[in-house]
Write a protein that binds this ligand. Structure first.
Ligand SMILES: C[S@@+](CC[C@H](N)C(=O)[O-])C[C@H]1O[C@@H](n2cnc3c(N)ncnc32)[C@H](O)[C@@H]1O
Length: 506
């Protein structure tokens, strides 16, 4: 079976991009095909960038464009260091004197037969690109051009001779790639990321800003508004939802729930200890010890009436927030509904100097103001451990445990491949935001929202940060770098705050 029909490349057939070059005014990318190989199909072929992105970007929706492969390749090209002496050597030679390249028997035959200039040849002499100032004179480069045959693009087996591609891309190919433009690809990658970003729900747009370089956040990541439930995870059952019945929309000057002793949604909410009688305090202590209901005791509403900002007691205690839900009798204007109404602040994903991408707000945020939720795939603890073990130790971590109510076997939210803008929030040991558990179903202790709130006044443009290890007791962290037991996956913290603990993870 040919791998692709017409000029549309099927993303599932692509294994990876191995190299690129400027060719006849185009940016071309060398695809290594994956999947089952047909006998007449060559495993590598060069393609102009528009074939990979889809013509005019129309085909380039996040799910079917091959740009994510191009992005991975370009990132690896940036990272690849020319450290070996032979690499350095070949680089110097290329720039200073004609480079003599050892031809394989097949290349020699092709050149002797004059076949190298045919469009369908696998190799062409570099003179095809003679108008480029980045030429590597006399170098023979790989140029597998496939032919169109009816609706298919195929390699002619008769002219394809096996060559050793085990060391692809060769040093010469990479040296040439480094000197070739990647501007069109980078522009298309950025456009594709922004296209995906525009689908995200929220009252104000989210922008992408990069004043450091030409890279974009990974296209392997997709924006989602809701959790994506993984294998083995029980999604919340809407039929199991219970609302408050004793509250009314016109209570409390039309703010829905008013009486904390009767609102069933506040059954497990933070108790207002100052308002407890001695007897109630004892009642609470027993209930708290046994994990029993505290219905009837005075609680605290999580949000201020009018502003909707998280109140100080919740900010300080980190107590779970219980919001009303669609089954509640209080109606949509109820003051116990903030996070469920979604993001209302404008945000900017921006490139930091030394911590990858970060997030900041385009407007002033008030103390206690809701920013956004953390979204991603909800996976089992087992799956999260597997992903951690499989991953590169230096790679970013986007795992967030839903362990507010269960220390063991809690679900985990993974924001690596799916998530919202808040997955770009970096850590600081002196943060301006904090994350809180927000539940709409008081009886479901496994799945709840993770919501970011400002815990300071935050001027527009200041990077948003939170403490990745909030809740870790100070004894577990040593303030002195020497005393810390550095583990394999320890990442140095670059928050630069005066009280920096030096390491990201314990
Ligand atoms: C949830 S991601 C944050 C977004 C990330 N910067 C990106 O570009 O996608 C967490 C990762 O960001 C990096 N990071 C966040 N805060 C950092 C800090 N204070 N110092 C060093 N690296 C940090 C680490 O690589 C960490 O694993």
């Amino acid at each position: 079976m040919p791998r692709f029909a017409g000029a549309t490349i099927k993303v599932e057939n692509v294994d990876r991009i191995v190299c690129h070059r400027s060719f006849k005014g185009n940016e071309e990318y060398l695809i290594k095909w994956g999947g089952q190989q047909a006998p007449n199909c060559w495993p590598y072929s060069w393609h102009p960038i528009y074939e990979l992105a889809g013509a005019d970007g129309l085909n380039g929706s996040s799910n079917n464009s091959c740009l994510k492969f191009v992005q991975i390749y370009l990132n690896s090209l940036r990272k690849r260091k020319r450290t070996t002496p032979s690499n350095e050597e070949s680089l110097k030679r290329k720039n200073s004197e004609p480079h003599s390249y050892r031809l394989s028997p097949f290349e020699r035959t092709e050149i002797e037969n004059g076949a190298s200039s045919r469009a369908s040849s696998l190799f062409s002499t570099h003179s095809e690109e003679s108008n480029s100032s980045t030429d590597v004179s006399h170098e023979t480069t790989y140029n597998c051009k496939l032919e169109v045959e009816g609706p298919y693009i195929v390699a002619k087996a008769s002219i394809v001779h096996p060559i050793d591609t085990s060391d692809f891309p060769t040093t010469a190919m990479l040296d040439r790639a480094r000197l070739s433009s990647m501007t069109i690809a980078e522009t298309k990658i950025r456009a594709e990321f922004i296209r995906d970003l525009q689908h995200i729900r929220g009252a104000k747009p989210i922008k992408l800003v990069n004043t450091h370089d030409t890279t974009s956040p990974p296209l392997s990541f997709h924006f989602v508004d809701e959790y994506v439930y993984g294998k083995g995870v029980y999604p919340p059952d809407p039929d199991a939802l219970i609302g408050c019945k004793n509250c009314r929309p016109d209570m409390g000057g039309h703010c829905g729930c008013e009486y904390t002793k009767v609102c069933e949604c506040l059954e497990y909410a933070e108790v207002a200890h100052a308002k407890l009688t001695e007897e109630e305090e004892l009642q609470w202590q027993v209930a708290d010890r046994n994990g029993e209901s505290t219905l009837g005791l005075p609680k605290r509403f999580p949000y201020s009436k009018g502003t909707g900002y998280l109140v100080q007691s919740y900010i300080n205690s980190g107590f779970p927030i219980y919001e009303c839900n669609e089954k509640c009798a209080c109606g949509p204007i109820c003051k116990s509904r903030v996070v469920q109404k979604g993001r209302h602040v404008g945000l900017e994903i921006f490139k930091t100097r030394d911590r990858g991408w970060g997030l900041r707000s385009t407007e002033h945020l008030r103390y206690g103001e809701f920013i956004d939720t953390y979204r991603g795939e909800v996976i089992t603890d087992e799956e999260a451990t597997k992903r951690e073990d499989d991953g590169d130790k230096d790679k970013e971590s986007y795992l967030f445990s839903l362990d507010k109510h269960h220390k063991d076997a809690a679900y985990v939210v993974d924001g690596q491949y799916f998530g919202g803008p808040s997955r770009f929030i970096n850590h600081s040991c002196d943060p301006n935001c904090a994350i809180y558990a927000v539940s709409y179903d008081k009886n479901n202790t496994f799945i709840y929202d993770l919501a970011f709130f400002a815990v300071r006044e935050i001027p527009p443009g200041q990077e948003l940060t939170f403490d990745y290890c909030a809740g870790t007791s100070p004894d577990e962290f040593s303030s002195s770098q020497q005393e810390i037991e550095v583990e394999d996956d320890s990442i140095p913290c670059r928050c630069k705050s005066a009280n920096c603990r030096k390491w990201l993870w314990k």
